[in-house]
Every structure is written in structure tokens, then in C-alpha cells.
Design a protein around this ligand. Structure first.
Ligand SMILES: Cc1ncc(COP(=O)(O)O)c(C=O)c1O
Length: 396
């Protein structure tokens, strides 16, 4: 059967107003990077998040943001980072690159994210940092996790790549820990033309370092120049933290993307609300089939970046479901986030074992439905009916 609904790599379509903002920046932004749109995006993002002005830094993608947080942790030999094995690889490898040893923690089978208990179990006296991933768009229990990290004196980093706009009691994901990262990749509910990211840093002392770390170590001279061209356009220095040298890079996000990011912040709540409303519709339409178990969260705690479910009757039934959806209904569901310890990359680092039964079980039985917001109502209804039909036929 021909594919009717693909699992799209693109989350949203842009409005004419958003396209006009892009066209305007393309025509007139000067320079095309490091300009006013960058400053405006960071400021608008901080306002949206309810965090201090000056604490958010736009970068070219979520991985750059993660690399910055990893560098700011300043790992020493033997330092450990607790991180769920059930996540996307980008959550983890920046910490490997900066010298940390990873310790896998499990996720809750129902919410698919780490809990204070699963994190505590993976902590040791060597734990330097914890990375919490609000996977699929659901905010982990941050008050409890933040309390735990504070008690143990470890850094808390939120991978909010998938959870922009999700919140607990009015407090946005990505504001509970010490640092947070966001992704504006093509798949995400807010995407700045396919790539983009943001890093939030709580500690003010670190703020002056970020523009340097992000942009080649560029900084101002520490003296007045009678001739603006001497000694050169600008200074380059080594970003220093408590006497330690940090390494700069170029992680800058262009002006066109920043202009679009600012504009999209006006619509992100509506995007999230629309995705959540659809998720509720889909989950409720399948409520008579408890063998397919969803996380039903009808509040802003979930932005339903992705719509995932678990086939409680095991992997063979999951495979049969996905096959029938594809072959008989033309709908491409996918399976996501191989537990990281199963990848060759992590096996070669000696990280091939993980005591994470819930993450493993979830992965082995999960289904991720196509959930691009631009799917037509007609296709969405078709997918709902198709899923019901397939579940019914699998019972026979
Ligand atoms: C959970 C998670 N962390 C990190 C990233 C990395 O973001 P980016 O692709 O913008 O580098 C992504 C997504 O792509 C992600 O889903």
C-alpha cells in the first residue's frame, strides 16, 4: 500500500507572517550574524521562560548548547554524570567529549522520564552532574529532582530540547536546574528553519563567558582606544573560570533564524495547545484498547512534541501493530531512542551495560505515531480510525 501518512521530519508549517519576518531579515539584517535579532531573541526567550534577562544564549543547535553546559561543568578525572539511557544520543555524548564518565539511570515506565528515585539509585560519591531529559515533551518531576541534586551538591542540567513551553504549576521546563538547553531542530514544536538552540545558565558569574565561548573567544578590549582600528577590530581572549581555561568555538546562530525564533515565541503556546488537544483526542479515541498504553496528561506539563505509546502485550504485538499500520493503512509509525547503552559508540566506551529495565521495556514495546502539527484533520481522523481498526483486528 502506498504511504498515506509519513512520519515527518518537520513539525510545523510557517504562517505568511512568519515567512515575512524571515524575508525581512534576509533583506535587511546587517550583519547576518551577531546582530540585533540575536539580542532580541535571547531577550524574548528569557521573558517567555520567566528567567533573568541576560541568562539565555542562542546557539546553532541543541548539541552546541549541551557542549557549553558540559564545558562549564569542568569535569575532572573520574567525575560522573547521571543520565537516562532512554534518550537521544545528543543528550549524552557532549559530556563524554568533555571528560565525564556516564552513569545510566532508568526512566519511569509510564512517564518515560527519569525520577528522583531512578536518579538517586545511579548516584555515587563521584557524581558531579545530573542530566534530566524531558523526553517526548513531558516535564520530569523537577521539584523533587532539584531537591535531590541540591542535597547532594551536584549540578543539575535540563535537556529541554523537546519540551519548550511545558511547565509544572506555571514554572517552565528548563528553569529548575543550574543550566538548561533547548533545540529548535526541524522536528521540534518551535523550529528556526531546521537548526537552532538556546542555553540557559542560572549562575550570573558565568554569563560574561558565554558570548566568548560561543564566538571564537571574541571580546572587547579592556581599555579605551584612541584609534578604533588599533590594535585590531576586537580582542580575542581565553575564557577563564576560577583560574581554569575554557575552550571557545563558533556556535553562533544566524540573524534570520533569530528573527524567526522571536516571532515563533508568539505562537509556541498555541502550537503546544493544539498538539495536546490532538493527543487527547487520539488517546481518548483509543481508550477501549488498554493494550496500547499512553501517557495522558491534559495540562501544560506535556507539550506532546511526540505522541508515543507502549504495547503492553509485548514486542511481537508491537511489531504486528506497526506492520499492519504501515502495510494495510499506509501510516508510518516509528520506534525511537534506542537505549544508548545498546549503541556501538557507548559500548566502545565501556558503557554497554545498563540496569534500566523500564527504559528497555518501553523501547522494546513502543510506538511513536506521526504527529506533525500540519497533518490535516482528515488524515488525523484517518489515523485514529486506522489505529482502532488495527487494534481490533489484532484481538481477533
Ligand atoms: C532530547 C534531545 N536532546 C538533544 C537534542 C539535540 O538537539 P539538536 O538536534 O538541535 O542539536 C535533541 C534533538 O535533536 C533531542 O531530542
Amino acid at each position: 500500500m502506498q504511504l498515506r501518512i509519513n512520519f515527518s521530519g518537520r513539525s510545523i508549517r510557517y504562517t505568511e507572517e512568519e515567512i515575512a519576518v524571515v524575508a525581512e531579515a534576509m533583506r535587511n539584517a546587517e550583519p547576518l550574524t551577531q546582530g540585533r535579532h540575536l539580542a532580541e531573541f535571547e531577550s524574548a526567550f528569557a521573558r517567555y521562560q520567566g528567567v533573568e534577562q541576560g541568562s539565555c544564549f542562542a546557539v546553532m543547535n541543541g548539541v552546541s548548547a549541551l557542549e557549553l553546559t558540559a564545558q562549564l561543568c569542568r569535569f575532572k578525572e573520574g567525575d560522573e554524570v547521571v543520565i537516562p539511557s532512554h534518550t537521544f544520543t545528543a543528550s549524552a555524548y557532549p559530556y563524554v567529549k568533555k571528560g565525564a564518565t556516564l552513569k545510566w539511570c532508568d526512566v519511569d515506565l509510564h512517564t518515560h522520564v527519569a525520577t528522583a528515585q531512578t536518579i538517586a539509585r545511579a548516584m555515587t560519591p563521584k557524581t558531579k552532574a545530573v542530566v534530566v531529559v524531558h523526553l517526548y515533551g513531558y516535564v520530569a518531576d523537577m521539584p523533587a529532582i532539584a531537591r535531590l541534586c541540591k542535597e547532594r551538591g551536584v549540578l543539575l542540567i535540563e535537556d529541554t530540547a523537546q519540551a519548550i513551553g511545558a511547565e509544572i504549576d506555571g514554572q517552565k521546563a528548563g528553569t529548575f536546574g543550574d543550566m538548561a538547553i533547548f533545540s529548535f531542530h526541524s522536528h521540534k514544536n518551535l523550529t528556526t528553519l531546521g537548526e537552532g538552540g538556546m542555553v540557559w545558565i542560572r549562575d550570573r558569574k558565568l554569563w560574561p563567558l558565554l558570548p566568548m565561548l560561543r564566538h571564537n573567544g571574541h571580546c572587547a578590549y579592556g581599555f579605551e582606544r584612541p584609534d578604533y582600528w588599533k590594535p585590531a577590530m576586537g580582542n580575542v581572549d581565553m575564557p577563564m573560570l576560577d583560574g581554569e581555561m575554557l575552550q571557545p568555538n563558533n556556535y553562533s546562530l544566524g540573524e534570520v533564524e533569530c528573527a524567526l525564533g522571536t516571532k515563533l515565541l508568539e505562537r509556541i503556546d498555541a502550537i503546544n495547545d493544539a498538539k495536546r488537544a490532538r493527543a487527547m483526542q487520539f488517546i481518548d479515541a483509543l481508550k477501549d484498547y488498554p493494550e496500547l498504553e499512553f501517557l495522558r496528561e491534559d495540562s501544560r506539563r506535556h507539550n506532546y512534541h511526540l505522541l508515543v505509546a507502549r504495547m503492553t502485550e509485548g514486542p511481537a504485538k508491537r511489531d504486528a501493530f506497526m506492520r499492519a499500520m504501515h502495510d494495510e493503512k499506509g501510516i508510518k509509525c516509528v520506534v525511537q531512542y534506542i537505549p544508548l547503552n545498546r549503541y556501538d559508540y557507548y559500548k566502545k566506551l565501556g558503557l554497554g551495560e545498563a540496569d534500566c529495565p523500564s527504559g528497555d521495556l518501553f523501547f522494546d514495546t513502543m510506538v511513536s505515531f506521526p504527529f506533525q502539527l500540519w497533518m490535516s484533520d482528515e488524515d488525523f481522523s484517518y489515523m485514529t480510525v486506522a489505529a482502532r481498526d488495527v487494534l481490533e483486528s489484532l484481538r481477533a
